[in-house]
Design a protein around this ligand. Structure first.
Ligand code: ADP
Ligand code: MG
Length: 210
């Protein structure tokens, strides 16, 4: 996958975040401060402009610019966390012109490590980690077991979606939702939901680019 696949991914992620902005904000209204969709939509709109004007030539350049822009444009917890995830993924890809699925899996592992280093959330704490960690694990496992690219990408997205759905029954232990204690149970975590959406667009862009 070359830079244009990664540009298509980010543009498509921005479009889905825009479509789902109100849904993500409603999820955050239940257990946070009702700004997650607004935050991400503002950030990804700025990312698309930045990518269109800079047109980074490598996959790593696309992801690094995405992360840097999210950090500068998105306040709240999710900006630095997503920003770090994309910057770490970009750094992991280095200046390669073409990225294969094992390279993408390594980048996702680096993104997860960055999120956990910054936010200190573990699986089960009801955060974006509950979508990103199982997705990354399922993707790497599928690749190691020799799955086709299509099947590995399906495993990535299905694990992210299942992980996001599983946050409904969790009590939040990190982030703003943790202030609610047991009252955070019964609602999907907005950051886990947005992670599943973003990884869904990665699958679609990767498929289209093959
Ligand atoms: P804020 O909570 O500052 O209003 P957002 O509403 O944009 O920021 O994002 C909230 C999301 O951020 C949560 O749903 C959760 O997934 C994620 N989040 C919050 N704190 C952490 C953390 N420490 N580690 C990982 N993700 C976190
Ligand atoms: Mg919020």
């Amino acid at each position: 996958m070359r830079a244009e696949v990664f540009r298509a991914w980010i543009v498509s992620a921005a479009s889905v975040i825009g479509e789902q902005r109100d849904h993500l904000t409603q999820l955050d209204a239940a257990i946070g401060d009702a700004d997650h969709g607004i935050n991400l939509d503002r950030g990804f709109t700025a990312v698309v402009s930045a990518i269109e004007s800079a047109a980074p030539a490598t996959p790593g350049g696309v992801l690094t610019l995405t992360g840097t822009t999210l950090i500068s444009k998105v306040g709240g917890a999710s900006g630095p966390l997503y920003g770090t995830a994309f910057r770490r993924a970009g750094r992991a890809l280095g200046d390669a012109a073409d990225v294969d699925l094992p390279g993408l899996a390594a980048a996702l592992e680096a993104a997860l490590a960055g999120v956990q280093q910054l936010g200190a959330a573990r699986e089960g704490d009801k955060t974006m980690v509950d979508a990103l960690a199982p997705a990354t694990a399922a993707f790497s496992k599928a690749i190691a077991e020799g799955a086709s690219d299509a099947d590995a990408l399906t495993a990535l997205v299905e694990a992210a979606q299942a992980g996001a759905a599983a946050t409904i029954s969790m009590q939040a232990l990190k982030g703003r939702a943790s202030y609610l204690g047991p009252r955070s149970v019964g609602h999907e975590d907005p950051g886990a939901a947005s992670t599943a959406l973003i990884l869904g667009t990665l699958r679609d862009a990767a498929r289209a680019g093959q």
